[in-house]
Design a protein around this ligand. Structure first.
Ligand code: SF4
Length: 303
């Protein structure tokens, strides 16, 4: 059995040999974040994938993120170290069901959360992330929107816009576990702490937040001088980065239940194996890719 430092050395040397870049989502295990060239939220990772000069992208995240990298960089090899790392929310909408709903709402513009498959993106007018959803929707001329798949992000956006929002009934199986009583309890225990909540949470949880932010937004918020204690209302993987970047500040996970098992499938061993064997690779078929890219490019033009 290899120790972590031996694994890390092998990964870093193979990464150089393959001319690879390692991108990791804020929810990844701490040891994965520590070997990544870049750690960020979905928007930051897709922007980074779009501009990298590396020939290989090792995507430490879930399947739709690797697909987004493949959509933006068709000439690069995109590795997802565990092909079973899918997002349950993304699986709650299929292209076929979306086409059916579009027929029922022919006037609506389709906005898909980036947490969706390439095929769903190909059926959409524009893509968005939790960091830019309000801005993207406000940028559209159309007054009627069909928003897929996250009903809770969609609901949050509907409180910030006058557009008519038709919401798909999807949800994140990790963020729905966060309960309002988690916040009430922590507010009593840490009265000075700022409560920061991800917009994938339920409305009754969001109602108790001091700030509603994407994970990238949380990272920036934590750097503020007036923030010394923060209740972190999202997947607990982000706590590793918050503590690492802000020594001396206190970060309190909102709930031990807020763990995404799919994000945790990526391990150091699997990253090494993927670089050794150059698989599993994620490649979006060209016809789908071109249509999906239009939706992603429209988003990237707004932000
Ligand atoms: S945290 Fe939620 S939205 Fe993110 S990958 Fe896991 S299930 Fe999907």
């Amino acid at each position: 059995m290899q120790g972590d430092s031996e694994l890390v050395d092998k990964i870093l040397s193979l990464k150089r040999e393959r001319n690879a870049v390692i991108l990791a989502h804020n929810y990844q295990l701490g040891e994965i974040q520590d070997i990544a060239d870049f750690v960020g939220d979905s928007l930051e990772l897709s922007q980074n994938a779009a501009k990298t000069k590396a020939e290989v992208i090792v995507f430490c995240g879930v399947h739709f993120m690797a697909e987004t990298a493949s959509i933006l960089c068709p000439d690069k090899a995109v590795l997802l170290p565990d092909i079973n790392a899918g997002c349950p929310m993304a699986d709650m909408v299929t292209a076929e069901r979306l086409r059916q709903r579009k027929r029922e709402l022919p006037e609506a513009s389709v906005v898909c959360y980036i947490n969706s498959s390439a095929e769903v993106k190909a059926e959409s007018d524009v893509c968005c992330t939790s960091a830019n959803a309000v801005k993207v929707i406000e940028s559209l001329d159309n007054e009627e929107i069909l928003f897929v798949p996250d009903q809770y992000l969609g609901h949050y956006v509907s409180t910030k816009t006058d557009k008519k929002m038709n919401l798909w009934p999807g949800y994140c199986s990790t963020h729905v576990r966060i309960q309002p009583q988690d916040i009430t309890r922590l507010k009593q225990e840490y009265p000075q702490a700022k409560v920061v909540i991800h917009p994938e949470c339920r409305p009754e949880v969001i109602a108790l937040a001091d700030e509603v932010l994407s994970t990238g937004g949380m990272i920036r918020y934590a750097r503020r001088e007036d923030v010394s204690e923060m209740v972190v209302g999202t997947e607990i993987g982000i706590i590793h980065r918050l503590r690492k970047e802000n020594p001396g500040k206190k970060f309190i996970p909102i709930s031990e239940q807020a763990i995404c098992p799919k994000m945790k499938l990526i391990t150091l061993e699997k990253v090494l194996w993927s670089l050794e064997e150059m698989r599993p690779q994620v490649k979006v078929p060209e016809a789908t890719r071109l249509r999906a890219k239009t939706a992603v490019d429209r988003m990237l033009a707004v932000v």
